[in-house]
Write a protein that binds this ligand. Structure first.
Ligand code: ZN
Ligand code: FE
Length: 251
C-alpha cells in the first residue's frame, strides 16, 4: 500500500476516513459530515487537507464541506448536485490521487446520486451508505432493483478489497443477518467477533469484501440455504434482495 488510512468517528455512528500520501503530502477526506471532527482528525495525524471525495448529498456526509473548503482550499470531487463540488464524477470516471488511480462507481439505491470510490492498486473501496458491514443502505430514493444492481457492481470487485463504509451499524445488522441466514457458519463466527469488538468499543469497519460475500445477507440473494429458509427457491436474485430489504426495514 502506497497510501495511509485514518478512520475516525463522528456524530452518533458515522465514520470518516482520511487517505494520505506520505510521498506527496496530499490528504483526501472521504465525506465531511462534521468539519470539526475532520479538522481534529487532520490535526491528530498532522496532515493537511487537499481533497474531499463526497459520496452522496445527505447532511451527515457533506454538512462540513463549505467550512473545510474555506479552511483549506481543498478540491472537492463528488456527484453532481452537491454544493461546492469542483470535479463531478459518474459511473466509470477515473482520476489520479497522489499517483494512485481512483475509479468511481455509481451505486444508486440509498440515494440516486451515490458515488463509491475504488482504488484497485490499494485494494480499497469506500462504499458510503451503499454497502455496510453485514448490511446495506435503506432505499430512500431508489428501489430494490436499483440497489441490487449497485451491490452487484461492488460484488464484482476483487474479494480481497477492504470495504470502508460510513456507519457503525454492524451489531444491529448482525441480529438481522442471523434471522434470515441461520445456517450460515461463517456468519455465526463473524457475529461472535463483532460482539467482542463492540463490547470493547472497537470499530467493526472496515471489513473485507470476502467476509461480506460470505456473511452479508444482502449480497447472498443467490445462496441456496438462505433461499430455502426464506422459501424463495424459485425467485429471482433481485426479488430475494427486495424481500430481505423489506424485512430489514420492519425488523
Ligand atoms: Zn446517507
Ligand atoms: Fe449516512
Amino acid at each position: 500500500m502506497t497510501l495511509e488510512y485514518f478512520q475516525y468517528s463522528y456524530m452518533s455512528d458515522n465514520y470518516g476516513v482520511l487517505v494520505h500520501s506520505p510521498r506527496t503530502g496530499e490528504t483526501a477526506s472521504i465525506d465531511c459530515g462534521d468539519a470539526t471532527a475532520t479538522l481534529a482528525a487532520l490535526n491528530k495525524q498532522q496532515w493537511s487537507l487537499t481533497h474531499i471525495w463526497a459520496t452522496h448529498h445527505h447532511a451527515d456526509h457533506v454538512a462540513g464541506l463549505a467550512e473545510l473548503k474555506q479552511h483549506s482550499q481543498c478540491k472537492v470531487t463528488g456527484p453532481a448536485g452537491i454544493n461546492g463540488v469542483d470535479h463531478i464524477v459518474e459511473d466509470g470516471s477515473t482520476f489520479d490521487f497522489a499517483g494512485v488511480r481512483v475509479n468511481t462507481l455509481h451505486t444508486p439505491g440509498h440515494t440516486k446520486d451515490m458515488i463509491n470510490y475504488h482504488m484497485p492498486t490499494e485494494k480499497v473501496v469506500f462504499t458510503g451508505d451503499t454497502l455496510f458491514s453485514l448490511g446495506c443502505g435503506r432505499l430512500f430514493e431508489g428501489d430494490a432493483n436499483m440497489m441490487w444492481n449497485s451491490l452487484n457492481k461492488l460484488m464484482a470487485l476483487p474479494s480481497d478489497t477492504t470495504v470502508y463504509s460510513s456507519h457503525e451499524y454492524t451489531e444491529a445488522n448482525a441480529a438481522f443477518a442471523v434471522s434470515v441466514d441461520p445456517k450460515n457458519q461463517a456468519l455465526q463466527a463473524r457475529v461472535a467477533t463483532i460482539k467482542a469488538l463492540r463490547a470493547e468499543g472497537r470499530p467493526t469497519v472496515p471489513s473485507l469484501l470476502s467476509e461480506e460475500l460470505a456473511t452479508n445477507p444482502f449480497l447472498r440473494a443467490a445462496d441456496p440455504l438462505m433461499r430455502e429458509h426464506l422459501k424463495m427457491q424459485n425467485a429471482t436474485d433481485a426479488d430475494v434482495f427486495a424481500e430481505l430489504r423489506s424485512r430489514k426495514d420492519n425488523f
